[in-house]
Ligand binder design. Structure first.
Ligand code: SAH
Ligand code: SF4
Length: 438
């Protein structure tokens, strides 16, 4: 979602004379877009800010020019005043629900006295209405936020406090943005939301629509070929969406459905509102409708009170699901969340060894999923050139990176769909050959 927000900020600032620059050394404006989900991401914010201070001081010493520094995103939301106190060279702090105000905030920074601006309210006017800037360039694959915030309040998670209450963007606004994206050459859209499948809005028939119907509507856009969505919550996985995975050929066979733990008592303490059995049932249903679908998930190890037995339940659930890919994290204590004041925190060494075991198992499942694709043919969207000479990288329907070489050296394949025969499979990628299209 931060990638999406950063793109939006870029679009927003272009009419004000700004353009993207890879090099911070001579930038008039530096925007640091931040994440608050785990402690590590917050630490990174402060170390980045230290680096930025050195850059702007060097620039000022060499050229006399002052750069404007803005901190955006969820750390800005959660620690606005703290950032201004710890890093006085920061001029603007702007939360994820108010970055549409960025041009105004920049205009208000006084270059001599360096007035400070903090904008971290949750405004009543939905920000998307104010984010109508022209979209210029996105490449073949783009994100599109359709839902934001969360009302579920899992006891480990900061999202409800940083991104605010659950909000679904209206249908027409989403379709409008999807059309703008295909107009600039986008072929694949990933619909985004903290709980993307909680999306609901009045449909074209005035009935209440869920994500499945939205995807079916978007699939009518001719130039849009691949549709994905992330991240889903088990409680919001309805049958309409599951059916879309069988019936809608543009919807990719990939589902990221976090469960966090395989132990019901831990799920209860996490306030997940679902059991491991209910989760497994959903996976079974999804596979019934689309047996080939790649399943992904999220896991937290070492939640307060997690015992060895609970950890074994998580490993057991992973074995039952057999994931194509998944993310796993050590529990990170987040200030202001109920979990942070639980008394029975798990020792760091135990967390490390549990994370290792979970990741080892997930790694082996991912490798065997990838290996099963050898000698199959896949339609791949070519995304970019690889690091090696004469190499391209595409994305498979199952969300795997696929490396291949073109026939002719100077051919530009970015944005095209190719049928690739998979020849080799690794932990995180595949290798393939182009099947000639006579
Ligand atoms: N809404 C999604 C997840 C969004 S947050 C869901 O409920 O499934 C993305 C992921 O970050 C979570 O799935 C979780 O695995 C991880 N995460 C969130 N808070 C965390 C914390 N305090 N410590 C460790 N991982 C965390
Ligand atoms: Fe966070 Fe997801 Fe739980 Fe919401 S449902 S509180 S986003 S983990």
């Amino acid at each position: 979602m931060n990638f999406y927000d950063s793109d939006k900020m870029t679009d927003l600032l272009k009419p004000h004379g700004y353009q993207l620059d890879d090099n911070e050394d001579d930038a008039d404006l530096i925007v640091l877009n931040t994440c608050h989900i785990r402690e590590k991401a917050v630490e990174k914010t402060y170390s980045e800010l230290g680096r930025i201070r050195d850059k702007i001081n060097t620039r000022k010493a060499n050229t006399g020019k002052k750069s404007i520094v803005a901190v955006a995103g969820c750390v800005a939301q959660a620690q606005g005043k703290e950032i201004m106190k710890r890093s006085p060279w920061v001029d603007i702090v702007v939360g994820p629900q108010s970055y549409q105000n960025l041009p105004e905030l920049i205009a208000k920074v006084d270059p001599i006295n360096k007035n400070k601006n903090i904008s971290i309210d949750f405004p009543t006017i939905p920000k998307f209405d104010q984010l109508n800037a022209t979209i210029e360039e996105r490449g073949p694959s783009a994100f599109l936020t359709i839902q934001e915030g969360c009302d579920k309040f899992c006891t480990f998670c900061v999202v409800p406090y940083t991104r605010g209450a659950e909000y679904s963007r209206p249908l027409t606004s989403i379709i409008g943005e999807a059309k703008k994206l295909v107009d600039v050459g986008v072929k694949e859209i990933t619909l985004l939301g903290q709980n993307v499948n909680a999306w609901s809005s009045k449909g074209l028939d005035n009935e209440n629509w869920g994500l499945g119907k939205l995807i079916d509507e978007l699939a009518k856009i001719n130039e849009l070929k691949f549709i994905r969505y992330t991240t889903s919550h088990p409680l919001d996985m309805d049958i309409e969406l599951i059916k879309s995975h069988r019936d809608n050929k543009k919807l990719m066979p990939y589902l990221h459905l976090p469960v966090q733990s395989g132990a019901d008592n831990v799920l209860k303490m996490m306030n997940r509102k679902h059991t491991s059995k209910q989760y497994l049932k959903i996976i079974e249903k999804v596979r019934e409708y689309n047996p080939k679908i790649a399943i992904s998930g999220d896991f937290i190890v070492g939640f307060p009170g997690e015992t060895e037995k609970d950890h074994l339940s998580t490993l057991n659930l992973i074995k039952q699901v057999n994931y194509a890919q998944a993310y796993s994290f050590k529990y990170s204590k987040r200030p202001g969340t109920p979990g942070s004041v639980f008394l029975n925190h798990v020792n760091e060494d135990i967390k490390n060894s549990r994370l290792y075991e979970v990741q080892e198992l997930l790694r082996s499942q991912q490798l065997s999923f990838n290996k099963k694709t050898i000698n199959t043919t896949m339609k791949v969207l070519v995304l970019k050139k690889g690091k090696k000479k004469n190499q391209y990288i595409g994305r498979s329907p199952f969300n795997q990176s696929v490396y291949f070489s073109p026939y002719a050296n100077n051919e530009n394949l970015i944005g095209s769909f190719l049928d690739l025969n998979i020849t080799e499979a690794f932990q995180n990628s595949l290798k393939g050959n182009i099947i000639p299209n006579f």
